[in-house]
Each structure stands twice: as structure tokens, then as C-alpha cells.
Design a protein around this ligand. Structure first.
Ligand code: AMP
Ligand code: ZN
Length: 470
């Protein structure tokens, strides 16, 4: 079945045609590891994961690269302000060295990766760190200098956007007025044009940095993504993803510098997820790492929301629709998710996939990842009196290859053998959350409470808990 995707480049839903038959090359802008991920960032990675799983469901081999930005991401789109990683280094009291930077990066990357695993996000083929890929970035900047797309001023090397006539086509930035653009980017009097952006920033005197033929310093954030994506996926690849905040600057810059350097088309399909917002007074605003409106997955867990219930909630809207966080909405998703897993656990195994439902599922998911429709279809199937419970289970577990919700995680024997009282079910749920967040003291304390109620609990290899009556 054909897959249709909304391409930001053309602002149209288009039929996907791969560059190489049966394969998809996919690059996602990864986290800047100066702080914990918030659940908005995680929306970007759940979206990329659903996209990847959809292709895999349709039999494609997906080559997925997601970078780790551990250097060079400055505070503003104008390449000004402090480097976010250097700021974190000071906050954490680490030595002002490249090794110190890497230590900070490792801490936050490890936690980011744990969060992604808790959300059942498949690992990328590779997660290159920008600081490990300095030679390819230097090479790319040198090519741009040689081809006279780049110029040097006192604080670094910049890309001359007027030399690239297509600059700003993604998201229609090209058509914005000078005053709109200046309020967004600001003015640096040494730059030839306000839109020009840094490829390399020189280190301060005695400051840390990487050696380069054009002077010690740090790569700009945008060149990192161009260099790493092209190194691992080739000059021309299929799909690039990120949040909508990356459209005006980061992704337009990636296109300009990559295509200027290679003379080839960079990416065929650009896809962007809408934001997760959160209420602030009467308004909703984007959840942001630098803001004070920032919720983590651990916060949800502490409040009784499992990571997969959060994933379920995300799938109730299309990736391209803005979602506004609310406790009620998330709790509703938790209830629905538990009802779904409990229903499946009560259904017998050994059924076969219902082809009519499977076709309808494929149609929904291949229509620009219509996950809300696919979930509605799942509930329609649960209620369908003409399909056996075993077939329902087999069909929905097949859908779960795309949903990634671990819908089969509660085993039938766990449910069959005992009728679990509600209070014990709740304790089991909280124990699971405690274990997922690494709070083993709490998990042991809950085990004792469960024992006092006449049940013993055993942890299975696959992460499920087996409950038996004492
Ligand atoms: P960062 O680590 O800030 O570079 O962001 C990592 C990814 O999260 C990028 O693709 C951003 O576009 C995306 N992102 C940041 N904030 C949000 C949000 N509130 N909702 C959805 N995606 C976001
Ligand atoms: Zn990027």
C-alpha cells in the first residue's frame, strides 16, 4: 500500500517514493543534552518512531540516524548568547574542558535514552555525537569557504545566504518581511546579511575549543546536522524530521549549506511535529527546556502515569496537531490504556489477524500517520461482536508493531489464575512505576504491602510482574 506524508517543503501531502527501492533513509534532529528531556521533546521522538515503524510495517528497511548535540548550540537563532552546553558545564560545577563537556553530555544523553526506551522508542541505527564528528564538519565548512559560500568575520565563519537563491523556501520564510526577520534573528553589524548564520564560532582567547585550519573554536549547531546526516545517509536522502520550531532557521540553514556544498538536492521529504503546549494563565505556551513550564517523564511516573500511557495519549492526536497538556487528559489516557491492555490479557491466544481490519489500519496509518483513526479502529474492533476474542487479540497485537504500546505486556496467566482486588492492582501498578524509575526501595516496600494482602509478586524477565496467591 502507498504511504502518503505531509511534506513541509511543498506544504502538500505527497505519495512517498523512496530513493532506493525498499529502503528509507531517515534523519531526526536529536536532543541538545544540556538538561533532562521534557515530554514535549519526547513527542518529537515518538513521532519519528511511529514514522519509522510505519515503514517497517510496510516491509521497508529503515536507516535511521539521530544525532546528539553535545556542543555548539547557542541560546538564540541569531547564533548569539551563551553555548547551552557551556552554561550547563558551569551549572554542574564541572571543569571547563572538552572532557568536562562530554561528561555533562553523557549524563543527559543516558537519561534521554532511558526515557526513550521507557516509551518503547526503537533505537536509531546510530546516535552520532557532534563532538565525535569534528573532521566532517571542518571538511564541509572548508568546502563552503572554497566555493565562496562562506566568509569570515571577527567571531567566526558565516554562510552568505544571498549566494543561495532558494534560501528560506522551507516553511515560506523566504517571503517574510525584513522587519519580521530582524525581530526574529536580530542584527549583527559585521554580518553581510541578517539571515547569514554561523558555521564556526571562534573560541575566546584562552577558551576551550576544537582545532581547525581556520582557527580554534566550535562548529555551529546547523552544520552538525548537515555533516552527520550526509556522512551516514549520503548527500541525498529520503526524510528529515524535527519539531516545527526548527523550520524557520535550523532546517533552512541545513538545506542551504548542504546543497551549496554538494550541488545536489539534500532531502526529499521534510516532516515536522507540532508542539506540546501547557497552560500558563489563560494562554497555552510551548513546553521548553529553558522555560519553567517543563515536565519530565519522571514527573508523570511519580504522578501515577506510565510512560506508555503518555505514548498512548500522544497517539490520540496526529503528530501535526498541537496538543495541550492537562492532568485530566493524561489520566483519561492512562485509564483507556489500562482498559486496552486488560482486555487483551483476558482474550485467548491462538487467533488469526483479521484482514479487513488490517487493511483499514494500514490505510489510516499510511495516510500521513493517522494514529487517532488507527486507535479508534482498535476500539471498534474490541467492540465488534462478529470477531472472536482470539482474532481480536492477534489483530491488535499486529497493530501494536506500529503503536509500540506493549499492548501484550499483561500475560493471560497473570489475570486468569486470580481475580486481583482493585487495591492490589493499584499497588502492582505503582510498584511497576517505582521499578521503572529505579526506585527499588519503594518497589520493595510495595512488595511487602502486597504480601500483607495475601499475594506474592515475582518479576519476570520481560518486565511483567507475576502475581500468585500466598
Ligand atoms: P532540543 O533538544 O531543544 O534541540 O529539542 C529536541 C527536539 O524536540 C526538537 O525536534 C524540537 O523541535 C522538539 N521540541 C522542543 N520543544 C517541543 C515541544 N514543546 N513540543 C514538541 N516538540 C518539541
Ligand atoms: Zn538538527
Amino acid at each position: 500500500m502507498d504511504i502518503f506524508l505531509h511534506n513541509t517543503l511543498t506544504d502538500k501531502k505527497e505519495k512517498f517514493t523512496p530513493i532506493k527501492q525498499g529502503e528509507v533513509s531517515l534523519y531526526s534532529c536529536g536532543p541538545t543534552v544540556y538538561n533532562y528531556l521534557h515530554i514535549g521533546n519526547l513527542r518529537a521522538y515518538v513521532f519519528a518512531d511511529i514514522l519509522k515503524r510505519t515503514f517497517e510495517y510496510d516491509g521497508y528497511t529503515v536507516h535511521h540516524i539521530m544525532n546528539v548535540t553535545d556542543i555548539g548550540h547557542l541560546t538564540s537563532d541569531a547564533d548569539e548568547g551563551e553555548d547551552k552546553m557551556v552554561k550547563a558545564l558551569k551549572r554542574e560545577g564541572k571543569p571547563m574542558t572538552l572532557e568536562g563537556l562530554r561528561d555533562v553530555a553523557n549524563i543527559y544523553w543516558q537519561k534521554a535514552h532511558e526515557d526513550m526506551q521507557a516509551l518503547d522508542i526503537e533505537d536509531a541505527e546510530k546516535n552520532p555525537f557532534a563532538s565525535d564528528e569534528i573532521p566532517v564538519q571542518i571538511e564541509l565548512i572548508q568546502t563552503l569557504l572554497d566555493k565562496e559560500y562562506a566568509y569570515q568575520i571577527s567571531d567566526g565563519i558565516y554562510f552568505d545566504t544571498t549566494k543561495f537563491p532558494h534560501y528560506g523556501e522551507l516553511g515560506g520564510v523566504k517571503n517574510e518581511s525584513t522587519s519580521e526577520m530582524e525581530s526574529r534573528i536580530g542584527i549583527n553589524s559585521e554580518k553581510k546579511n541578517p539571515r547569514d548564520f554561523a558555521l564556526w564560532k571562534f573560541a575566546d582567547k584562552d577558551g576551550i575549543g576544537f582545532d581547525a585550519p581556520f582557527g580554534k573554536g566550535f562548529p555551529g549547531w546547523h552544520i552538525e546536522c548537515s555533516a552527520m546526516s550526509m556522512k551516514y545517509l549520503g548527500h541525498h536522502f529520503d526524510i528529515h524530521t524535527g519539531g516545527i520550531d526548527h523550520i524557520p532557521v535550523h532546517h533552512n540553514n541545513e538545506i542551504a549549506q548542504s546543497e551549496a556544498a554538494t550541488g545536489e538536492k539534500f532531502v526529499n521529504y521534510w516532516m515536522h511535529n507540532a508542539h506540546l503546549t501547557i497552560a500558563n494563565g489563560d494562554n497555552s505556551e510551548k513546553m521548553a527546556k529553558s522555560g519553567d513550564n517543563f515536565l519530565t517523564l519522571d514527573f508523570l511516573k511519580k504522578n501515577g502515569i506510565s510512560p506508555l500511557a503518555y505514548r498512548y495519549w500522544l497517539l490520540t492526536a496526529r503528530y501535526s496537531t498541537r496538543m495541550d497538556y492537562s492532568t485530566e487528559a493524561i489520566k483519561g489516557a492512562q485509564t483507556a490504556y489500562e482498559r486496552l491492555t486488560n482486555s487483551l490479557a483476558s482474550f485467548p491466544d491462538g487467533g488469526k489477524i483479521d484482514e479487513t481490519y488490517k487493511e483499514r489500519f494500514s490505510k489510516a496509518i499510511n495516510d500521513d500517520l493517522d494514529t487517532p483513526k488507527a486507535l479508534a479502529l482498535t476500539w471498534e474492533l474490541i467492540r465488534d461482536k462478529n470477531i472472536s476474542e482470539a482474532d481480536k487479540k492477534a489483530t491488535i497485537l499486529n497493530f501494536d508493531k506500529v503503536f509500540g504500546l506493549k499492548l501484550g505486556q499483561i500475560k493471560k496467566e497473570d489475570k486468569d489464575n486470580i481475580e486481583i482486588p482493585k487495591e492490589v492492582q493499584e499497588l502492582l501498578h505503582f510498584r511497576k512505576l517505582a521499578r521503572e524509575s529505579g526506585d527499588f526501595a519503594q518497589s520493595d516496600a510495595i512488595r511487602k504491602e502486597i504480601q500483607n494482602k495475601g499475594y506474592s509478586v515475582k518479576d519476570q524477565k520481560d518486565g511483567t510482574q507475576l502475581l500468585t496467591k500466598i
